[in-house]
Design a protein around this ligand. Structure first.
Ligand code: TNX
Length: 529
């Protein structure tokens, strides 16, 4: 086990005229990669590194884009420029536009958008670096952004923080071609049980980008708190958002704040998926409006961690007015998907539950959104466009696969980031088992459920429930490094993945995550740098 660089402080002896305090940097431990090895996560479709002359990034390096590059390409170029210049005295800030037909000059990093490269799809890319230039090519802007993330990982970890040790930035001669396995590579934050401020959600988004994740599912309501302003039902957030698990102050996002998060994520090619859990997990809403309760009476706010006890009144029209208003107001701010939860309802008959889901599906569709719900919704009369999110076994998601619907794979025993790593983990729960990094890594979404075949799997998602997590550091500790493992499950071909190879690459990510300020778990079984 090696240690990170540290600063030894030599204390001056106490005397009348104090000697200056001397600080001596300790040399970084000499631990280097095989120059032709790499530590890219998720592992690309193909990557070849040779031991020749590297491309050197310094204060003269420029980012170049085509003269007619669109705003998205320009934005990716600007982000790349900022990434490079943060580590340099001066830097490559704004991308430069090339004259039509001109070749990228020596010493530049070129972003090339080529819509004719359809085999690269929405998110694939190629990266070529030589001693004189780096070229990133994609058919779509998202591919360029993911190419930048690969370049980021080919650069030393000092790229992550201007103060990180060792600032010479070299990219070895490399050729990458990379196309993701799944379209849906998600992470979920439960901001209901414990609230996270907008700046904290953005930090989590920043961390997601390193691993090419592209969906952020926000669990925005539950028994313990309603977390977004709804203008036509203001008490939901003002009262229903006023507490959280343990009785703390809670909080909520104004619609402007949610829109800002959505934009921030979209700039990083991440789509925010809003979830408002119903008909159960609704105590915060029930406490805010009597007309959502069959008996017309509001319960107290709830700050414990039991589940299953609440339901909106499925027989009252006011319930469906409320749902329509929420879908309309939130749908106007967010993207194509609307997640209705639908899990763990103990207070309704099966017939009542199914009728409710069918009616809500019509509401979501009428607002032009694609509905998503947890496993439990599968027996309802779902459209094939509706998406079901698998979380526990046994369930009936196979019913939806059989009708041609798509499934997001979030098996509790593999992807639940709120499960403890091992029996010594202080945070987290363990109802779905203990999830080591290896357990999070070593599974195949296409064969995980016997009756959900490869074609039905839309992708993977790692939910981070927050009953036991009170601050961002807690969320980070549970998510990292398991979210990196899940990102590779979602991006890389099954045949390209091997635990021992992943563990070797992950080990190199320790100082990178540290430089990013991520409170990651130095999991045993990984020989961390
Ligand atoms: C189950 S997963 C839940 C959540 C809890 C989680 C804790 C799901 C759809 N429902 O309400 O927070 O377990 O691990």
């Amino acid at each position: 086990m090696r240690t990170l660089p540290f600063v030894a402080i030599v204390l001056a002896a106490a005397c009348s005229s104090p000697a200056p305090v001397v600080t001596t940097p300790t040399p970084v431990p000499a631990r280097t990669l095989d120059p032709t090895a790499h530590a890219v996560i998720p592992v690309p479709t193909s990557i070849a590194i040779t031991a020749g002359e590297p491309f050197v990034v310094d204060s003269t390096t420029t980012v170049v884009i085509a003269s007619d590059a669109n705003a998205e390409v320009e934005r990716v170029g600007r982000m790349l420029g900022q990434m490079i210049s943060a580590s340099q005295a001066r830097g490559a800030g704004e991308p430069r536009r090339l004259a039509a037909g001109a070749a990228a000059p020596a010493g530049s990093i070129a972003l090339v958008l080529d819509p004719a490269r359809t085999a690269l799809g929405e998110e694939g890319y190629e990266l070529e670096s030589t001693a004189s230039r780096v070229t990133l090519t994609a058919a779509r802007p998202a591919g360029l952004f993911f190419a930048v993330q690969t370049l980021r990982q080919l650069l030393p970890y000092s790229i992550e923080h201007p103060a990180a040790y060792r600032r010479t930035l070299r990219v070895p001669p490399t050729r990458v071609r990379d196309v993701p396995r799944y379209a849906w590579r998600g992470a979920m934050l439960d901001v209901s049980r414990h609230f996270l401020r907008p700046a904290e959600v953005k930090r989590y988004i920043d961390h997601m980008t390193l691993y090419k994740l592209n969906r952020l599912h926000l669990h925005l309501s539950d028994d313990q708190g309603w977390r977004v302003e709804i203008k036509s039902w203001p008490r939901l957030a003002q009262y229903g958002g006023s507490t959280q698990v343990g009785g703390g102050a809670g909080g909520y996002y104004t619609q402007e704040e949610l829109a800002d998060i959505v934009r921030y994520a979209a700039d990083r090619f991440i789509t925010v998926v809003p979830e408002f859990d119903m008909p159960g997990h609704t105590n915060a809403a029930l406490a805010s409006y009597p007309e959502l309760n069959c008996d017309g009476r509001t319960p107290e706010l709830y700050t414990g961690i039991r589940v299953g006890f609440s339901t909106v009144c499925v027989e009252r029209d006011s319930t469906y007015r409320f749902i329509t208003d929420v879908v309309r107001e939130i749908g106007a701010i967010t993207g194509p998907w609307f997640h209705i939860g639908g899990d763990e309802v103990e207070k309704l008959s099966h017939a009542q539950y199914v009728a409710f889901i069918n009616r809500v599906q019509q509401i979501v569709k009428a607002q032009g959104k694609i509905m998503i719900g947890w496993s439990e919704i599968a027996p309802a009369a779902l459209d094939t466009a509706t998406i079901v999110q698998h979380w526990r076994t046994p369930d009936s998601v196979a019913v939806h696969a059989a009708r041609g619907g798509r499934i997001i794979m979030s098996p509790g025993s593999r992807t639940y980031l709120d499960m403890k790593y091992d029996s010594t983990t202080v945070l987290g729960l363990q109802w779905a088992g203990l999830i080591s990094v290896r357990t999070a890594y070593d599974w195949d979404p296409a064969t995980h459920l016997p009756n959900v075949g490869a074609r039905a799997v839309l992708g993977v998602e790692g939910p981070l429930w927050s009953e036991t997590l009170t601050k961002l550091e807690d969320f980070e500790f549970m998510a990292f490094p398991r979210l990196a493992a899940l990102a590779e499950v979602g991006w890389s071909a099954q045949s390209a993945r091997r635990w021992d190879d992943f563990a070797r690459r992950l080990a190199v990510h320790g100082p990178r995550l540290a430089a990013m300020g991520v409170n990651y778990f130095r999991a045993p079984g990984v020989d961390w740098w």
